[in-house]
Design a protein around this ligand. Structure first.
Ligand SMILES: NC(=O)c1ccc[n+]([C@@H]2O[C@H](COP(=O)([O-])OP(=O)(O)OC[C@H]3O[C@@H](n4cnc5c(N)ncnc54)[C@H](O)[C@@H]3O)[C@@H](O)[C@H]2O)c1
Length: 356
């Protein structure tokens, strides 16, 4: 039996969900919903969905639908996820899980009450390069990982639109880009309990819509005059086991070029996940840099998305456990909100102090 799926939010990222569902023999794209009627109709036509909705409550009332992907703005994730779970649907919700820790805990409660699967769209967890490194870590090849360092720096890349509207997004590069790299490090470090965070955010450069001769991705409702999110965030995250994670992310920065780097350092070896897979170790008093041989040495977005959707379908069918359950979404929200709070207060805060 194929799984009848509804996709709520028919903007940019819905395309990756829809392509992956369309490539799966186990799923049927049954319904599409968007506030923007044209967008919903276009996607429904392209992916042969039999139903089109403009109000997600109507989609959720459709008893034929067993699972939904939530691909809307961040401010609606919690509300739609909770309603979907109460309507008896399994849920794949895009990252971040939501905007606040309070919302995250309500989603977690709804998952427990409903007994349905909720998978958070931490797509990097499903990437082949992550799986390769995870295998080495699980076999203790790196020993205890005590330090990780992750950067995702755009020199010019504030997408504007809802991304630049704190009310709808919850923040800028930290909640949009930082969520991915913090999560993948935390996952590979073995999900240690977070002790404290110390963060800084800066809004020094604006969205730099004045810059000419360089193009960048712009949200559909881009408006150069609107921007209420930070340009840059950095943080150190301390864990109870003594490990630490250092992170910096930007929408814009006076950097020479864009940069993505994700590195993990253990007692027996190190791993570079991005920009390219590398394993570093020492054998017979000699340092070895080993390059795993794979079809893609870096993060393969399309493949990772297909893996994520396939894993969601298998989890709904009871064949697998999701790799990114709601509990992990809650922990990541505590870290992100903790960093914003630390930045506001100008001091390191223990995670118990995060406002809920
Ligand atoms: N996994 C990834 O790498 C990745 C990449 C990009 C975006 N995202 C996430 O996907 C989500 C959507 O981002 P996007 O870039 O596709 O944005 P988008 O603006 O292109 O699309 C969002 C769509 O949601 C619709 N929408 C908003 N509220 C709605 C509601 N209540 N009911 C129905 N439709 C509603 C909007 O009309 C819009 O068409 C965000 O949470 C974002 O963080 C994830």
């Amino acid at each position: 039996m194929t799984l009848k799926v509804g996709v709520i939010g028919a903007g940019s990222i819905s395309e990756s969900h829809l392509q992956s569902y369309a490539s799966s023999k186990e799923a049927e794209i049954y319904a599409i919903c968007d506030l923007n009627e044209q967008r919903a109709q276009d996607k429904a036509k392209k992916y042969h969905a039999s139903q089109v909705y403009y109000d997600y409550n109507e989609l959720l009332a459709d008893e034929n639908i067993e699972a939904v992907s939530i691909c809307t703005w961040n401010n609606t994730h919690a509300e739609i996820a909770i309603a979907a779970l109460h309507a008896g649907k399994h849920v794949l919700v895009e990252k971040p899980l939501c905007k606040t820790v309070e919302e995250a805990l309500l989603v977690e409660q709804a998952v427990k009450q409903s007994g349905k699967v909720l998978q958070v769209g931490f797509v990097r967890r499903y990437a082949t390069n992550t799986a390769i490194i995870k295998n080495f870590i699980d076999s203790n090849e790196l020993g205890e990982i005590y330090y990780a360092k992750a950067s995702c720096l755009r020199r010019l890349g504030n997408p504007g639109g809802w991304f630049a509207d704190k009310e709808r997004s919850g923040g800028g590069p930290l909640i949009d880009l930082g969520v991915h790299i913090i999560d993948v490090c935390w996952y590979l470090m073995g999900r240690p309990k977070v002790k404290s965070v110390s963060g800084n955010t800066y809004s020094k450069l604006g969205n730099r819509s004045n810059v000419q001769n360089l193009s960048f991705y712009k949200a559909a409702d881009y408006d150069p005059s609107k921007n209420t999110v930070e340009d840059l965030a950095n943080a150190v995250i301390r864990f109870e086991n003594g490990a630490s994670l250092l992170v910096d992310v930007s929408f814009t920065l006076h950097a020479k070029e864009d940069k993505v780097a994700v590195n993990l350092y253990g007692e027996k070896g190190g791993a570079e996940l991005e920009p390219e897979l590398n394993l570093i170790t020492e054998k017979h008093n000699t340092i070895l840099n080993a390059v795993p041989q794979t079809d893609s040495a870096t993060f393969d977005f399309t493949q990772a998305f297909q893996n994520e959707i396939d894993h969601f379908i298998a989890s709904v069918k009871g064949d697998k456990q999701t790799l990114s359950p709601v509990e992990d979404g809650v922990e990541i929200m505590k870290i992100l909100c903790g960093i914003y709070e630390s930045s506001e207060k100008g001091t390191e805060i223990s995670l118990e102090e995060v406002k809920i």
